[in-house]
Design a protein around this ligand. Structure first.
Ligand code: ADP
Length: 466
């Protein structure tokens, strides 16, 4: 696997592990908070029951128990004697179980009391409650009717919230408030009283909001840091690739004049050449020309490293832009032997800006050189100059090969060259547009490009003026 992929693999892996750990911790926290919630309300309920007992000497089921006793009395005195067989008995048991459940559910005062108590103490007052009968025995002098909470009878678990109060309702996390044992003349009864908060999850979630936000925040921060680091790493790699390309290009550029000079030197050593003055002159000129080229290349490299360390030292003058532009274009045309047809249109009469003429000329020359260099047909260049309230705009449009959208954002980078497939013979070091940008910026302006591959490119330089 490539280094880039390894980094991505480990980075993503670590983030996934971190998120899993966070989820694990949050899960544990959630469970703990739920348990604490239950414990809190269990303690509160028990406190409430102690108070109820102290203040009113009741457990909230007195009326219910009185009614149960009467009900049991009726059953034992009357209904039990109507039973003829096993089936009758089972039916009666079911009926008794369900009726007593209803009485307990409807006639108790505990729920209301608990709700009031919770509210007074500033806690949640809305809850559902459930009564589960564990064991019920109706008794008379000589008869006993035992009813246990068999699965069949579970139907009478009671819940205040359900519309069908007598349908069994699965409640995940009910809180046992108390287990009651009561007996009177005609019954013995054991039942549990539960409460359950339907809004519990919301409350626990609210409790955990801060820690949830913190962990979400820390995950986001880590992901962002990873992304930034990864991007920087890739950028570094890109730059180092660019540098390698540059060194290769530079070596190539330096080698060409150097080998010409070497060959010329060898030529001069030949006897038949030394006899021919014209040949000697020609070779000497060639050496001179190549030396100048070599010198220019070396100066270019020296300049770059100087530009890196220091800001441009501009020698600004207040000059009329359209005059200067005409001069630059004319000498470019002459210099390149009328290599392109160039049209110029300036709406800048009398507009002056503070510029360093040498750098400005280099900037425009670089744009013109590229317009010629990156054209496969007869180059046509249109230059336009206009202004708004603050800036002068100089547009250099060509009919060249154009630049891919993906390359457009990089072409102003140092050493960046577009790989042109079969036309990679076009020489260059990837510095021309980097200079253009640096020069424009050092004048307080900027440069931008718009281009369509195959159609041409438009470079727009802006320079502020007063
Ligand atoms: P160089 O010309 O030395 O490669 P530049 O910095 O001048 O370096 O240009 C960077 C890249 O931008 C070039 O490699 C070229 O692909 C592209 N480019 C610049 N100007 C033009 C243009 N007028 N038309 C098409 N491509 C261009």
């Amino acid at each position: 696997m490539k280094r880039k992929n390894w980094i991505l693999f480990f980075g993503t892996g670590s983030i996934i592990i971190m998120i899993s750990v966070q989820l694990f911790i949050t899960g544990g926290d959630w469970k703990q908070k739920n348990e604490m919630f239950d414990l809190r309300y269990q303690t509160l309920s028990q406190e409430a029951m102690v108070q109820l007992d102290k203040q009113r000497n009741t457990d909230g089921f007195d009326t219910a128990m009185y009614l149960v006793n009467n009900y049991a009395d009726t059953v034992m005195k009357r209904d039990i004697y109507k039973i003829k067989n096993e089936i009758d008995l089972t039916t009666l048991k079911k009926e008794v179980f369900s009726d007593i459940g209803k009485i307990l559910f409807l006639e108790q005062d505990l729920s209301q009391y608990l709700s009031n108590y919770f509210e007074r103490r500033g806690f949640e007052k809305d809850f559902n409650f459930q009564i589960v009968i564990n064991y019920l025995q109706l008794i008379d002098f000589d008869t006993r009717l035992d009813i246990y909470a068999s699965p069949e009878f579970n139907r009478s678990k009671l819940s205040k919230s359900s519309s069908a109060a007598y349908s069994p309702k699965k409640i995940k996390s009910r809180i046992l408030v108390n287990r009651f044992f009561r007996e009177d003349n005609y019954y013995r009864l054991s039942f549990d009283y539960y409460i359950d908060f339907s809004g519990k999850q919301k409350i626990v979630l609210r409790d955990m909001a801060a820690s949830l936000l913190m962990s979400a925040f820390s995950i986001i921060v880590v992901v962002i840091i990873f992304m930034i680091t990864y991007r920087n790493l890739m950028e570094e790699k890109r730059l180092s690739n660019l540098k390698t390309d540059f060194i290769n290009n530079m070596t190539h550029e330096l080698k060409t004049p150097l080998s010409t000079i070497t060959v010329a030197g060898k030529t001069l050593e030949m006897e038949q050449i030394r006899a021919d003055d014209a040949k000697i002159m020609e070779t000497a000129k060639l050496i001179g020309k190549q030396s100048i080229h070599l010198n220019q290349l070396i100066n270019l490299i020296l300049e770059i490293s100087m530009w890196e360390r220091t800001q441009f030292q501009l020698d600004k003058k207040h000059v009329e832009i359209d005059d200067l532009m005409h001069d630059i274009v004319e000498s470019f045309k002459t210099g390149c032997g009328n290599c392109a047809s160039i049209t110029q249109k300036y709406n800048l009469k009398g507009t002056k800006a503070d510029i360093d003429m040498v750098y400005f000329t280099t900037m425009i020359n670089n744009l013109l050189t590229n317009a010629v260099k990156y054209s496969l047909k007869e180059p046509e260049i249109n230059i336009e100059g206009y202004k708004d309230k603050e800036k002068i705009y100089i547009k250099v449009a060509d009919n060249g090969i154009g630049i891919d959208r993906s390359d457009q954002k990089h072409i102003f980078d140092k050493f960046y060259r577009v790989s042109h497939g079969n036309i990679h013979k076009i020489k260059g070091l990837g510095l021309g547009l980097y200079y253009v940008k640096r020069i424009a910026e050092s004048h307080g302006g900027d440069v931008s490009v718009s281009s369509r591959p195959g159609k041409g490119s438009i470079f727009t330089v802006t320079i502020p003026y007063k």
